[in-house]
Design a protein around this ligand. Sequence first.
Ligand SMILES: NC(=O)c1ccc[n+]([C@@H]2O[C@H](COP(=O)([O-])OP(=O)(O)OC[C@H]3O[C@@H](n4cnc5c(N)ncnc54)[C@H](OP(=O)(O)O)[C@@H]3O)[C@@H](O)[C@H]2O)c1
Length: 270
Amino acid sequence: MKTVVITGSTSGIGKALAEYFIKSGCQVFAGFRDENKILKDCIPFYIEMKDSGSIQSAAEYIKSKTDKIDILINAAGCVTAGPAEALNIEKVKEQFQVNTFSHLEFTQKLLDLLDGGKIINISSVASFGYFPFISPYCASKRALDILFSAMGNETKRNIKIISVKPGVIATPLWEKSIEANSSLLQNVENFQGEMKFLINNARKNAIKGLDVSKVVKCIAKIDKLKNPKSSYTVGIDAKFGEIVSLLTQNQINTLVKFVYKLKVFTNKLF
Ligand SMILES: NC(=O)c1ccc[n+]([C@@H]2O[C@H](COP(=O)([O-])OP(=O)(O)OC[C@H]3O[C@@H](n4cnc5c(N)ncnc54)[C@H](OP(=O)(O)O)[C@@H]3O)[C@@H](O)[C@H]2O)c1
């Protein structure tokens, strides 16, 4: 029986993955922070990604129950948004703590159990790094990819490290991100039009994004491969993002400014 550990298993992508692996007959350790959201037929473990003590306790708990992990899926995540010039620095640090540092810390503590296994990070098309007004999110995902790519290149262990970069997926993340950033999004000076666009776009993404099953399908494929690639995109938007990332920074910036102005303008018109 395979053993799978998943953080962020109470909602969206992580939840769909946990349900898939439970259904496939795996032993699934599923991370939660709200006990009302614990899934059936898994081994739940409490983890708050903002808290090192909690990460340590979660790893110790898992080690007390198993001596082998086949797949670790780092899925927990959130979004900090707003114009870079108005961001609260503590919120930016928190973004990196939840989306980047916590995953490195948790993974480090489980490495001894992962020999012969896979680490799959739920990164994002945002890791290509050029979406305005969600720069903390983009930067946290890029940093995640860099840290884990380095780990994969350096390690003497037999562990495959894979980054999965979905485009827009219809999950509760979008509504949560509006709520978590509401005071800045609604009150920031000089960017009211852009913030309105950002909120409307998030609401649209929550409905029109791809179904989580697309991410599950990608990870089910990775699970079956002996030698998976180190990076996968999910969705046409993510593939497009990957292609755009091949341009120079200057070309990307020119393109982003052009497209974003066009979109804000169009949004105001219609
Ligand atoms: N949705 C998209 O379009 C999209 C695209 C690319 C990448 N992603 C990435 O996919 C991953 C899953 O996102 P999702 O869309 O499935 O969002 P979601 O439905 O909001 O799920 C996020 C999960 O992370 C958990 N989480 C958030 N902050 C946490 C913290 N401080 N400590 C512990 N757990 C925490 C949440 O717990 P609660 O249930 O308690 O809130 C939830 O289980 C994230 O890393 C996200 O960046 C999403």
